[in-house]
Write a new protein. Structure first.
Length: 148
């Protein structure tokens, strides 16, 4: 994997994390955006790069690594956008779409919030690494069936 591809993957991951961070503040769309972020952000990035022709998955470790990178970066960017938005909405406008998260972010120590964000980013990286593996398996199965 070359550095230019890694930069493109990082930029796309940041974009997905930012979009999901803004959408997660909305009441009904928020849970769907969070599910997409947690489970399907690697799928979106890998399929987009394969459609454009910038990525060709050649091995299982490559697909797992790309999925983990996408999951980790996208969740960190999500946390950087979502957490301040929730704090601003609760303290200034007295509005929260998720009351439990608003109470936690409003009263927790900053160290605890950072540790939780990193833990969830690692969880997202693990889930997206598995999603990257599934994308590799599905594309290889489709390619083998089309050859026959």
């Amino acid at each position: 994997m070359n550095m230019s591809l890694l930069k493109v993957i990082s930029i796309l991951s940041c974009f997905i994390g930012a979009v999901c961070g803004f959408l997660s503040v909305l009441p009904y769309i928020g849970s769907l955006a969070f599910l997409i972020l947690l489970c399907f952000s690697a799928v979106i990035v890998i399929i987009f790069l394969m459609r454009v022709g910038a990525l060709r998955l050649e091995s299982v470790p490559e697909s797992i690594t790309i999925g983990g990178i996408v999951g980790f970066i996208s969740f960190l960017v999500f946390s950087l956008i979502y957490m301040p938005l929730v704090i601003i909405l609760v303290r200034v406008f007295h509005y929260s779409s998720n009351y439990g998260v608003a109470i936690f972010l409003g009263h927790a120590n900053i160290f605890v919030v950072i540790v939780c964000a990193i833990f969830l980013a690692i969880l997202s990286a693990t889930i997206n690494a598995f999603s990257g593996f599934l994308i590799y398996y599905i594309t290889e199965t489709i390619n083998n069936l089309s050859k026959k």
